[in-house]
Ligand binder design. Sequence first.
Ligand SMILES: Cc1ncc(COP(=O)(O)O)c(C=O)c1O
Length: 402
Amino acid sequence: MTIPLARPWLGEAEADAARATVLSGWVMQGQKVAEFERQFAGHVGASHACAVSSGTAALVLALKAVGVGHGDVVLTVSHSFIATANAIRACGAEPVFIDIEPAGYNIDPADLARVLGAQCRREGDSLWYERVDELSCLAESPLRTARGPVGRVAAILAVHQMGIPCDIEAIARLAREQGLPWVEDAACAIGSEWQGERIGRPRGDVACFSFHPRKIITTGDGGMIVTNRGDIDEACRRWRQHGMVPATPNSLFETYACTAYNYRLTDIQAAIGLVQLGRLAEIVERRRERVAHYRAQLAGNAFFRIFPEPPGCRCNWQSLPLDFGGTGVDQGKLIHALAADGITVKPGIMNAHGEPPYGGVWQLPESERRRTETILLPLFHDLELADIERVTLALERFVAHV
Ligand SMILES: Cc1ncc(COP(=O)(O)O)c(C=O)c1O
């Protein structure tokens, strides 16, 4: 039997919750969404949580809420699912890609400091990116059509890639020094911890989660914006629902304060999300047990290294990276050999600048290297230990021929 890469933990409890919501007659955003938000905020330790239709929608609203707009740039990584970069463009801004750490998968604070120091200049309260001409040549860049001065550095968007916390302390310090808001792309990171506290207790201005089925908990599609700032929460709530200001006892009808979106989550999805949130601790625990088994099986292998957990972090292992940098292992051949053995894996995390909308101007050696010197291994809550051994044996068989 083929071993899949991932499988969400969905069962009778989720089906019952969805059924009960359907039969209640109220299926759109309502009480279930409010309860999901309340429990989610409590779980991560944030003052506010605002549910939306996807992680991408969460990023778009969060970036807008910290002031990202037309003609701006946002400092982020290319080494992420393309939604990270697309969310910036959806705000009319352009991503400036920072490379990832040589020994990790997250934004490199040293490269971020280099770009802030060598490629940005301060004028009054604002910081300006000096190489906008290079970015304006990209066919889809909003900088091409922006009016007035372009290239204001509006925010930092740091990703906790695969649920591995980024160097929060260093990013927070750089953001503070430069007076920049920072947004956490925590799409993959529900259930991960940094220095004993959950990811999502905002260290930046706002953090965004995804409930896509490849994530730790799922609502089919869905996202959450968490923040301690009431102004950000209020703006996101308005934008997710057409700019609507609800009726009050004094104003009989709702009004529409601004141009906005329909980014709502439904009550059916939230009902499923509530059950999933109840499973979160066990899902993370089961994933961690399976990662420990992979590690034990591959201990001492000269070709393959399961990525070590960074100090001070407790990872949810949303994806499990296997690193073979510097060994001469060919990623394509490895993926095909495993597929022939009925084992589904994926290449390392994509680079947005490797795709047409962002390609042609960036060189990010660490991001590019990690993409091709990593594969993502099968990992899910009920992956059999025997199947893990099947994977590690297949890996060992492969390198016997290298
Ligand atoms: C790092 C990252 N950011 C953003 C997203 C977008 O989330 P969604 O698919 O819920 O829109 C994803 C994943 O899908 C992701 O992995």
